[in-house]
Design a protein. Structure first.
Ligand code: MTE
Length: 315
């Protein structure tokens, strides 16, 4: 579905970088097939209505003028392998799951001030709205209005030691409650990593909500990473542990299929996945495919991080 967007509706770049806050106070409430990290969704006829308490999709766009996806789209088509590999099944399965309470995020490793944060502690880092494109490595994408705070704020508080070069993230491990973790195909828990300068970049956030509401479980409640210039699998959900480390972490996807999923995973139309091209993508809710943009459209902000690097080798 395409629609003409009047220029008055287009969110200028500074709005998403300048952390527009929601007026309402928002709280932190409370084998080859399986190796495909994220598949294309058949086109959906008629987008479902957004709950009336939330902004209507189309009222907001990203800085490129693309409309945000509906709440329904964002919360019913998910990759969360701890539950299931069925994207449309995740939203159903999360209803059966009682996540551990209180949720704690342990931050340590090569830091001067190791800390354990509960969700109330994380409130002090604030909550800003960031409208970001999310581009899955399987060539579908969405535009999502996240709420969250720059990861940098948390890292500054724990003070990375001088030997720290990378940040390693670990997601929840709960095989009793999470059926996907009873399948030992993957090396659970889900692990991801960033270089420290990537983690400190202003675009990198820990998200605690979307569409002005606390993050739904299917999107990685209560706290997940969002790194918009990288393929979606880097944006690890339901984080319980963050460690500053000296060596490049091995992610779940690198361990599962190192020839398919690299550490960097920057969105790059020039580097095909071994099993499919990355030139184009299907924006969920649209019929026509779009060209994929280098760094998912964030090249101006992040390309400098990779100066001098061979991005074909460092895929
Ligand atoms: N985080 C965890 N813990 N488990 C997962 O299976 N899937 C990743 C990423 N984070 C995943 C995860 C993949 S492949 C993608 S594309 C995004 O989450 C999808 O995020 P979304 O469902 O909120 O759109």
């Amino acid at each position: 579905m395409t629609r003409h967007i009047p220029s008055s509706e287009i969110t200028p770049r500074h709005v998403y970088v300048s952390r527009r806050k929601f007026i309402r106070g928002l709280g932190l409430a409370t084998g080859a097939l399986a190796l495909a990290a994220c598949g294309a969704l058949p086109s959906r006829e008629g987008r479902s209505a957004t709950p009336t308490t939330m902004p209507q999709a189309g009222a907001m766009t990203d800085e490129l003028g693309d409309p945000i996806n509906t709440y329904e789209e964002i919360t019913t088509y998910n990759n969360f392998y701890e539950f299931t590999t069925d994207k449309e099944g995740v939203a159903r399965m999360v209803k059966e799951y009682a996540r551990p309470e209180p949720w704690k995020v342990t931050v340590g490793g090569l830091v001067n001030n190791p800390r354990v944060y509960d969700l109330d502690d994380l409130r002090k880092f604030g909550e800003e709205e960031r409208v970001y494109r999310l581009r899955c490595v399987e060539a579908w994408s969405m535009v999502i209005p996240w709420l969250g705070f720059p990861l940098r704020k948390l890292l500054e508080e724990v003070e990375p030691a001088s030997q720290a070069r990378y940040v390693r993230f670990e997601a929840i491990y709960d095989p009793d409650g999470l059926p996907g973790q009873r399948i030992d195909w993957y090396n659970w828990p889900y692990v991801e990593g960033l270089r420290l300068d990537e983690a400190m970049h202003d675009l990198t956030i820990l998200a605690t909500g979307l569409y002005g509401e606390p993050l739904p479980m299917q999107n990685g409640a209560p706290v997940r990473l969002v790194v918009p210039w990288k393929y979606g699998f880097k944006s690890i959900k339901s984080i319980v542990k963050i460690d500053l480390v000296a060596e490049q972490p091995v992610s779940l996807w690198m361990a599962a299929a190192p020839h398919e999923y690299g550490f960097y995973a920057n969105v790059n139309p020039d580097v095909p996945h071994p099993r499919w091209s990355q030139r184009t993508e299907r924006r969920i809710g649209e019929l026509k495919r779009r060209e994929t943009l280098p760094f998912n459209g964030y090249a101006e902000e992040v390309a400098y991080l990779y100066e001098g690097m061979d991005l074909r080798k460092n895929y």
